[in-house]
Design a protein around this ligand. Structure first.
Ligand SMILES: Cc1cc2nc3c(=O)[nH]c(=O)nc-3n(C[C@H](O)[C@H](O)[C@H](O)COP(=O)(O)OP(=O)(O)OC[C@H]3O[C@@H](n4cnc5c(N)ncnc54)[C@H](O)[C@@H]3O)c2cc1C
Length: 408
């Protein structure tokens, strides 16, 4: 019997996709999928969308059904935390005391929400949102709250804020930057969303932080803002960014400057250890720089690429990054990168609440942001994938038929 065994640490989007894709690629050896959460692996995006609104039942968020794992001979071990990697013996030690030998190890450990370093952040009702267990608590708390405070105007904070406002809650969002989603979208799209959130009834406070959270009996009651205001709060959602879970890798001496460093074959500085997903620091060919991405697309495409490589096929990770966020009735979709664009061209209109911004650098299309324009987004991905030539003038002309570009 072969002793070949792949151990995947982390049963989230990347880990589950890898196990599934390995079988699809014909990999017939042992696969162990370890996850430290107790729930059957699930999708995270609905936690701040349909799940929060009770628009989907709990089993509607599962990544795969119960039967999938035994049917595909994937040994799923839930509630098991990998605690240490012994690279010399190719063995990992679990927090439960068990040890597991591996021939190849994949770190798909994602990340955790950054903790808020202020007084009172440990009070009951100060919550974060990464896991299904946290989402259950958050949803119940939201339903029982009147005054809701959100710290951080990133994607998760804003998705939550829009839902809370739609449910009639009094919602105040605090953000250190001078605009929403500042790290991820253009100033134009930030301005559009700031105006729309106001219409949703969300109160946005920029360049303002929370300096203390106060309460009584261990429960949150109010927040103190850096501008001196004291606001009532029945609950606080902290959404100030993700910290990659790379401590296992660092303790094992792997290169992990901001997430685990991998090459285009997803290999770490140890040839038997790979990493995929939110915890990965890689050179991105579409950005021309090393970075970490936090998206379902990145985790699942890296998983598919790695599965091919492990199955002995040719592959490299150079996919066009894409992302989406649903806020109220607005669907924001981003393909590629616009942060270094020297020219931005608008198609559609802000007034119609349906537009796309095409970003060009030195005449080349680098990224597209779309709002309620799914057709543009799908097309943008194909344009960027094929590096198809398109000029700003062509995009700027409302009469231009974008679909015709693909047929050229
Ligand atoms: C509320 C929310 C909404 C989101 N919305 C969107 C969206 O709209 N669009 C989008 O593209 N992306 C969205 N994302 C981001 C997306 O979910 C992540 O990019 C994706 O989950 C990354 O997959 P991953 O496999 O790298 O990590 P994860 O899915 O986080 O999986 C990692 C798993 O590893 C486990 N783990 C960590 N350390 C260990 C250990 N030592 N031992 C065992 N297990 C361990 C973790 O507990 C976790 O279960 C959202 C995320 C959240 C939280």
């Amino acid at each position: 019997m072969s002793s070949e065994r792949i151990v995947i640490v982390g049963a989230g989007h990347g880990g589950v996709q890898l196990a599934a894709s390995l079988r699809e690629e014909g990999y017939a050896e042992k696969i162990v999928l370890l996850g430290d959460e107790k729930d059957l692996p699930y999708q995270r995006p609905p936690l701040s969308k349909a799940f929060l609104k009770r628009a989907t039942p709990e089993d509607g968020v599962l990544l795969r059904g119960h039967a999938f794992y035994p049917q595909n001979k994937i040994e799923l071990a839930l509630g098991e935390r990998a605690a240490e990697i012994d690279r010399a013996r190719r063995r990992i030690r679990l927090a439960s005391g068990r040890s597991l030998d591996y021939s190849r190890l994949v770190l798909a450990t994602g990340g955790i929400q950054r903790a808020l370093p202020v007084e009172g952040a440990d009070l009951d009702g100060v919550l974060s949102l990464r896991t299904l267990a946290e989402a259950r608590i958050l949803r119940e708390r939201l339903e029982a709250s009147r005054n809701v405070v959100v710290i951080g105007a990133g994607f998760i904070g804003l998705e939550f804020a829009a839902t809370a406002a739609a449910q009639g809650r009094n919602v105040e969002v605090f953000e250190l930057a001078d605009r929403p989603m500042a790290r991820s979208v253009t100033a134009e799209t930030s301005a559009f969303f700031a105006a729309e959130h106001k219409k949703f009834g969300v109160k946005l406070n920029f360049e303002t932080s929370i300096t203390a959270i106060k309460g009584s009996g261990g429960k949150v009651g109010e927040v103190v803002a850096s501008d001196g205001r004291v606001l009532p709060a029945d609950m606080v959602l902290v959404g100030i960014g993700l910290k990659p879970s790379d401590e296992l890798a660092r303790a094992a001496g792997l290169d992990a400057p901001n997430g685990i460093k991998v090459d285009e074959r997803l290999a770490t500085s140890d040839e038997n250890i790979f990493a995929i997903g939110d915890n990965v620091f890689h050179y991105n060919t579409h950005h021309g720089a090393e970075l970490r991405l936090e998206s379902v697309q990145n985790a699942t495409d890296q998983a598919r690429t790695l599965a091919k490589l492990i199955a002995g096929k040719e592959a490299r990770y150079d996919h066009v990054p894409w992302f989406w966020s649903d806020q109220g009735d607005l669907k924001l979709q981003i393909a590629g990168f616009l942060d270094e664009a020297d020219r931005i061209v608008l198609r559609g209109s802000y007034e119609a609440r349906a537009y796309s911004l095409f970003g060009f650098r030195k005449g080349r299309l680098t990224g597209v942001e779309s709002v309620n324009k799914t057709g543009d987004h799908m097309l943008a991905r194909r344009l960027l994938e094929g590096a198809l030539p398109v000029t700003p003038e062509f995009i700027a002309d409302p009469a231009s038929d974008l679909k015709a570009l693909l047929k050229r």
